[in-house]
Design a protein around this ligand. Structure first.
Ligand code: CAA
Length: 258
């Protein structure tokens, strides 16, 4: 399917979505958000896909919501149309694993989209920030909540109150990104990690994602119980039998996502 603001590629069981508004550093206008939502829906529901990568250009993952599109909005325009914020939670409701491969700027909504993904691989040139205060607004797609959970109150507060950007090394130190890769290798590395995830038992990956996410929503004892129930349920899958048999027989497993 052809999009105006995205490029999509399917590479066996991996889908790669590239944000593609180069003239606006991939700023999110409503057209891009609608197309991104459509693409995420499509790949989440496509049985041949096991993992999704969202990336941008070398210069910008995304520079946030489109300021030129937003500037004339009134409060009620924004409120009634859920302008800019509509569709925003789609990425955080994906059932399949989603990797953000961030090169260059991930600012405002760009940082927020990256944080909605399951983990962030950062290029050496990545820069993260919530600069909304410098244009008179606050983060509006979860930035104050998710950055605080990743980086802690002090760093999140400083970044949201000043608009300061952090580089890839600071982002790795504070746990915002899983690791840093050379800028030119970012997409290949993300593709290879996504292939690895897609090659593993699908239901186990999807449930493991639910378990990790539960750590942000529940008490420790509720989260541990949730994990235990899903762990037990995986013994109902053929892939559990195959995985353990292959280990004992010292051979490669052949998973069927059953
Ligand atoms: N919206 C619309 N257009 C944008 C944009 C944005 N968020 N960010 C960049 N652009 C456009 C610029 O206007 C420019 O277009 P023209 O060539 O037509 O002038 C083009 O992209 C290139 O940008 P710059 O010339 O500014 O490039 P630079 O290398 O000098 O600076 C930058 C790069 C530091 C990222 C700078 O563009 C910038 O500060 N962008 C805005 C970042 C921002 O404030 N984001 C938060 C948006 S609000 C938000 O996201 C709300 C939310 O939480 C949902």
């Amino acid at each position: 399917m052809a999009y105006e603001t995205l490029l999509t590629e399917v590479d066996e069981a991996v889908a790669i979505i590239t944000l593609n508004r180069p003239d606006a550093l991939n700023a999110f206008n409503n057209a891009l958000m609608d197309e991104l939502t459509e693409a995420l829906d499509r790949f989440d529901n496509d049985a041949s896909i096991g993992c999704i990568v969202i990336t941008g250009s070398k210069k910008a993952f995304a520079a946030g919501a489109d300021i030129k599109e937003m500037r004339e909005q009134s409060y009620l325009d924004a409120y009634y149309a859920d302008f800019i914020t509509r569709n925003w939670e789609r990425a955080s409701r994906m059932r399949k694993p989603v990797i953000a491969a961030v090169s260059g700027y991930a600012l405002g909504g760009g940082c927020e989209l990256a944080m909605m993904c399951d983990f962030i691989l950062a290029a050496e040139n990545a820069k993260f920030g919530q600069p909304e205060i410098t244009i008179g607004v606050s983060p509006g797609a979860g930035g104050t909540q998710r950055l605080t959970r990743f980086a802690g109150k002090s760093k999140a507060m400083e970044m949201c109150l000043t608009g300061r950007m952090m580089d890839a090394e600071e982002a790795e130190r504070c746990g915002l990104v899983s690791r840093i890769v050379p800028t030119d290798d970012l997409v290949d590395e993300a593709r290879s990690v996504a292939r690895k995830i897609a090659s593993l038992p699908r239901a186990t990956a999807m449930m493991t994602k639910e378990m990790v996410n539960a750590a942000y929503e529940t008490t420790l004892s509720q989260g541990v119980m949730f994990e235990r129930r899903l762990f037990h349920s995986l013994f109902a899958t053929e892939d559990q039998k195959e995985g353990m048999e292959a280990f004992v027989e010292k051979r490669e497993p052949h998973f069927k996502n059953r």
